[in-house]
Ligand binder design. Structure first.
Ligand code: PMV
Length: 345
């Protein structure tokens, strides 16, 4: 009862920002992402009747209580689906540059959904996996697939029509995404908290909802026509609009730091000098810059000089989930020292 899966992170081009149902993680709007090749999570799950609690090991360390209880709740759903009540050892490794601050719950929950369902003997298709991953972290539903991925918000209360799908016509567009690392400190306001505050208090949230589906259509059209400027312009405008809702929330907040603003300026300067580069920013200060492969080096050289920029990682479109063959090693053997520890439920 053991399986290993791998999932890559994704960057939102048109953001998911706001939930219409907090517990089922149903979004207010549809969104669009690009799965990246560089950063991924590998997770092994082993269920065993010999365990009395779940154990979650992340990057070779026992997870803290908060993470442990989130994973246990997620496994509870899978146990219920399978009609089994075994506990599990979950051993997860984030393959991101050391302390890069790009670790993502998206790749984490996509890999966990795939590995845990396979280990317990459920044979879910990708749509069902996407729906399940969504319940761990909204953006995780998009990491089931590679390349450009659309998450349709759905309208049903039970969430059965809220899942991701690969975008038709999105294959094989050779884009570069430069991940600009400014800080690896954990953010003060989580994406969940931030979007909740924006939904409940931001005077700009209604405008966000009025315009985001149009942004999505423009982005899809740009991808279909391989129109890089059209895609970059709408991606950048959509990111700025999402962040504008944070400035207009009560109390106001921002995910940016001063270096974020300098990188935005740097990208705009590059454009003024004729280089097609566009930025986007998720719920944190780090910036992702979209450009064409031929411009990668020029963009890198301009941005790496900006004070506050620690590192730049070059990414390309990446794959969806994959299953890896298990090592002969029992995960249970890893956890002898943790066996009798209580885990927060
Ligand atoms: O999936 P979450 O709960 O981490 O939220 C992700 C929110 C954004 O990254 C800001 C946007 C997105 O679509 O990924």
């Amino acid at each position: 009862m053991k399986a290993t899966a791998q999932a890559n992170t994704n960057i939102a081009l048109i953001k998911y920002w706001g939930k219409r149902d907090e517990s089922k993680i149903l979004p207010m709007n549809s969104s669009l992402s690009l799965t990246l090749n560089k950063f991924y999570t590998t997770t092994t799950v082993e269920f065993c009747t010999c365990l009395s609690v779940d154990v979650f090991i992340i990057n070779n360390q026992l997870a803290n209580e908060f993470e442990m209880s989130k994973v246990t709740r997620f496994l509870d759903r899978i146990r219920e689906m399978a009609g089994k009540d075994f506990h599990a050892v979950v051993n997860s490794t984030n393959h991101v540059p050391t302390a890069a601050g790009f670790a993502s719950s998206a790749s984490g929950y996509a890999a966990l959904a795939a590995a845990a369902t396979k280990a317990i003997g459920l044979n879910l298709d990708q749509k069902a996996l996407s729906q399940l991953a969504r319940l761990g972290s909204g953006s995780a539903c998009r990491s089931i697939y590679g390349g450009f991925v659309e998450w349709q918000k759905g309208i049903e209360d039970d969430g059965t029509d809220s899942f991701a799908q690969p975008l038709k016509g999105g294959k094989d567009w050779d884009l570069s995404v430069l991940s600009v690392l400014l800080t690896s400190k954990p953010k003060e306001i989580s994406s969940s908290e931030g979007m909740k505050r924006a939904v409940e208090t931001s005077s700009l949230y209604a405008h966000w909802l009025d315009t985001v589906e149009k942004d999505l259509l423009v982005a899809k059209e740009a991808i279909k026509n391989r129109d890089f400027d059209m895609l970059g312009s709408v991606v950048e405008a959509n990111a700025l609009k999402m962040h504008a809702t944070t400035f207009a929330s009560q109390p106001p907040f921002s995910y940016w730091n001063s270096a974020t603003v300098e990188v935005i300026r740097g990208v705009k300067n590059l454009r003024s000098s004729g280089i097609q580069a566009y930025f986007t920013i998720d719920a944190g200060p780090n910036v992702k810059v979209l450009c064409q492969p031929k411009d990668e080096q020029v963009v890198r050289e301009a941005l790496i000089r900006i004070p506050g920029v620690q590192e730049i990682y070059h990414c390309q479109p990446g794959p969806g989930i994959s299953y890896l063959s298990n090592s002969g090693k029992r995960e249970i053997a890893n956890i002898q020292s943790f066996r009798n520890r209580k885990v927060a439920k």
